[in-house]
Design a protein around this ligand. Structure first.
Ligand SMILES: Cc1cc2nc3c(=O)[nH]c(=O)nc-3n(C[C@H](O)[C@H](O)[C@H](O)COP(=O)(O)OP(=O)(O)OC[C@H]3O[C@@H](n4cnc5c(N)ncnc54)[C@H](O)[C@@H]3O)c2cc1C
Length: 476
């Protein structure tokens, strides 16, 4: 029995599975392990369960983006014939609401652990060798024995060399989510999903926003036409976008942060803003978890796994943001958790298919995508046929006042195989689900052409784009 009041050393408890990290990957895997009847413990170093996604990632950002959308509506309500007399934004209340949503769901995760008989161990987990995990808590150190270990320690924001984040001026996703006032100006380094979502959020809250991206285009993992469209719309919304831009000499000033930007044309400009968000990617949390005590192989810090999420060390699995070669997304982490736990429980395990992972970016307009981009499909040697449909020709989009963007289908001419679907437009992150299901069910372009889409809906645009692979869309 563990005595909670004294330092506990070398007390052995035997588990079927110890999960390290309680993000969407770790907690979902623990639930599934409980459902399979495995004796399971989850180790979490933070005070609450839920990880990056719940506390400083997916959920708080989407809560704030929702409020930004309502605020934008309140300011443009006259377009709809509604008069809202002097709307005001009480930003601390906005943050309080966001915190309430996060807390509610953190309690939900706690409930799920109890319901599925998963033991929650509060502390920092280190692997001593296969089958042995040491946990350091504020009460001491405990050593646990287990048949399987699942590494789900996630990631943290990368910083530029020489910079340290602080709550006032140089921010990561953690600090920016707790601002108590909308900054007058916000410069953002990095235009991946995190950077562009904060740009879209704070522009609507009223900040002057500039985005600086080193790559030749924003949202660089998306189809090129999607990147172009988002840049066009951002510029229309008066968000400054600079691609091919390099930021250096970042310094705090009395009023904010200044830096030098070498623009794509070679011109050097000094820019200053009240706050600076650094959104240059996420580093895996693998440095301090004892991998050196195992045969686990890493590639630039990311853990190498096989299709069943097994590492090179038998009995040690890895999922989520720490894994090499899969996108850092919450639904990838949880899907990989299902595969790993099924494998260790001796149940049928279906490996995830890299080409069927939806991507969702909650900008305005939103982005939803799955499968190969047009360029990737061409590079892979397919005879590519593209079908596009613009939201400007969709009646529900007109009703919503959301005409920017399009649906783009990338198909193989030979068999009508759907290779990829790329949507930018209203609720694109919801619309993409139809494409993911179609691809998972191996539906062809023809099947989707004959699938009846209700009218008037924005997802009619998806049906029309499929028809347009053969030049047969009706409304353009
Ligand atoms: C601003 C932002 C917005 C995002 N929005 C989305 C989105 O809309 N959709 C989406 O799919 N993805 C989104 N993501 C990405 C998503 O958050 C991650 O892909 C996801 O959280 C990864 O899950 P995970 O389980 O691998 O790790 P994490 O969620 O990072 O959880 C890892 C957990 O492990 C704990 N831990 C680490 N080391 C130890 C240790 N040694 N011992 C004990 N505990 C440890 C950490 O404290 C943490 O709780 C977003 C990310 C950010 C930053």
């Amino acid at each position: 029995m563990v005595n909670e009041t004294r330092c506990v050393e070398w007390s052995y408890v035997t588990y079927d599975l110890i999960v390290i990290g309680s993000g969407p990957g770790g907690y979902s895997a623990a639930v599934r392990a409980g459902q399979y009847g495995l004796k399971t413990a989850i180790i979490e170093k933070d005070a609450k369960l839920g990880g990056t996604c719940l506390h400083v990632g997916c959920i708080p950002t989407k809560a704030l983006l929702h409020t930004a959308e309502l605020w934008s509506f309140a300011n443009h309500a006259t377009d709809e014939g509604i008069t809202i007399d002097k709307p005001t934004l009480q930003f601390p209340k906005v943050i309080e609401r966001k915190n309430g949503i996060v807390s509610k769901h953190a309690k939900g995760v706690e409930f799920l652990m109890k319901k599925n008989k998963v033991e929650w161990i509060k502390g920092f987990g280190v692997i001593k060798k296969a089958g042995v995990v040491e946990v350091t808590t504020d009460k001491g150190t405990q050593t646990l024995e287990t048949k399987n270990i699942l590494i789900a320690t996630g990631s943290e924001a990368r910083m530029l060399p020489g910079l340290t984040p602080d709550p006032d001026s140089i921010l990561t996703n953690i600090e920016i989510l707790n601002l108590q006032a909308v900054p007058k100006s916000l410069n953002i380094i990095g235009a991946g999903a995190v950077g562009v979502e904060f740009a879209s959020m704070f522009k609507r809250f009223g900040s002057e926003v500039s985005v600086f991206e080193m790559m030749p285009r924003i949202v660089p993992v998306e189809d090129e036409e999607v990147s172009k469209e988002l840049e066009k719309v951002f510029k229309k919304q008066k968000i400054r976008v600079e691609t091919g831009a390099k930021c250096t000499d970042i310094q705090k000033t009395a009023t904010g942060v200044k830096m030098k930007v070498t623009l794509a044309n070679g011109k050097i400009e000094e820019v200053e803003s009240e706050k600076l968000l650094v959104a240059v990617g996420r580093a895996p949390n693998t440095a301090k978890i004892g991998l050196e005590n195992t045969k686990v192989e890493v590639d630039r810090g990311f853990i190498k796994v096989n299709q069943y999420q097994e590492t090179a060390e038998p009995g040690i699995y890895a999922i989520g943001d720490v894994v090499a070669g899969t996108p850092q997304l919450a639904h990838v982490a949880s899907a990989q958790g299902m595969v790993a736990v099924a494998k260790m429980a001796g149940k049928p395990a279906t490996p995830i298919n890299r080409n069927r992972i939806p991507g969702a970016t909650y900008t305005e307009p939103g982005i939803g995508s799955v499968g190969l981009t047009e360029a990737q499909a061409r590079a892979a040697g397919y005879q590519v046929k593209v079908g596009k449909f613009p939201f400007v020709a969709n009646s529900k989009a007109t009703i919503l006042g959301a005409h920017d963007g399009f649906v783009k289908i990338v198909a193989d001419e030979k068999y009508g195989e759907i290779l990829g679907v790329h949507i930018i437009g209203p609720q694109a992150y919801e619309l993409i689900s139809e494409a993911v299901t179609a691809m998972e069910a191996e539906a062809t372009v023809e099947t989707m052409m004959h699938t009846i889409h209700a009218h008037p809906t924005i997802y009619e645009a998806v049906g029309e784009a499929f028809q347009n692979v053969y030049g047969l869309a009706i409304n353009v």
